[in-house]
Design a protein around this ligand. Sequence first.
Ligand code: IPM
Ligand code: MG
Length: 371
Amino acid sequence: MKFKIAVIPGDGVGPEVTAQARKVLNAVAHVYDHTFLYEEALMGACAIDKTGNPLPQKTLEICKKSDAILFGAIGDPKYDNDPNAKVRPEQGLLKLRKELELYCNVRPVKAYDKLIKNSPLKKEVIQGTDITIYRELTGGIYFGIKELSDDGSVAFDGCSYTVEEIERMAHLAFRAAQSRKKKLTLVDKANVLETSRLWRKTVTNLASQYPNITVETMFVDNAAMQLILNPKQFDVILTENLFGDILSDEASVIGGSIGLLASASVGKTNALFEPIHGSYPQAKGKDIANPLASILSVAMMLEHLGLHEEAGAIENAVEKSLALGITTEDLNSEKPFSTSKVGDFIADYIYNQEDSDMNFQNIHMGQSTII
Ligand code: IPM
Ligand code: MG
């Protein structure tokens, strides 16, 4: 089959990890006889530098006509450290999410057996954890009215949600729970926030349409604690934009590295796939960033495109690299592999699965079987 893939490498380590994801996608194309037509586009600090705009119109057009978007990372310290900056890289990503109505962000969190020792949390606490966070992505405080008084002494960020925004999101989370362990936890702050009370009411009303799902509600402060105290209690977590942003970074500790967490952002017509780690500017250009989150984002993309076997092949290859310790320094401080070597191994494994031991040897000798 043939697919149009918009590729936005973005800032920091984005281009390096996205290059590995593309390498892996090329292996899938070769083995399973698909064609991926890539079109590269600018977004973020690199787009500001080149065009003055964090989301150039051309990028938006390329994304709109794509079957899927593969995105790297966004952000640059020169903007983070300047509170007066009028244009910011992150505005590009937020605008893209809004323009394409990518309202549902899916972030799977899994404790890989091989990596349990990498987590600062105890083995018995995290072993067997398998959570999917459903984060609303185009509403709430991220997109509310923002104001700063003329003298700069008062700032305001508004948070609003409509029943419709909550319902469309909740349906997807309920459906996900149906194909998993049949439990949905709504995380909110309904003891304080009006928007959270609307979430609770709306989700509780919808629950009758999904009688086989156990619905539980939890305040976000408690959820933050429960997530590291007893993560196995969760199956699907449904939550609003800001809470989901925070909880998903926290949850990455369970997997042993934020460099492993992939995500999908889907709307009615478009879908974007990205690692949840940021631009990690300290590592930029050093070939040390973990490419697995970007590679796993490609697996999510293939699932979305209906290519289940292909997605499974990537997941297997990632498991294999973890099992053999062919990983970057965040997971392997003693004998780390570079970003591109990890990408080579995974692509090789897909090209030539039965030959994995040979690949392993080659990787150790510094040569991949990839030409
Ligand atoms: C994320 C990121 C973004 C967010 C930033 C880069 C705007 O942290 O995707 O989690 O806050 O949504
Ligand atoms: Mg975040």
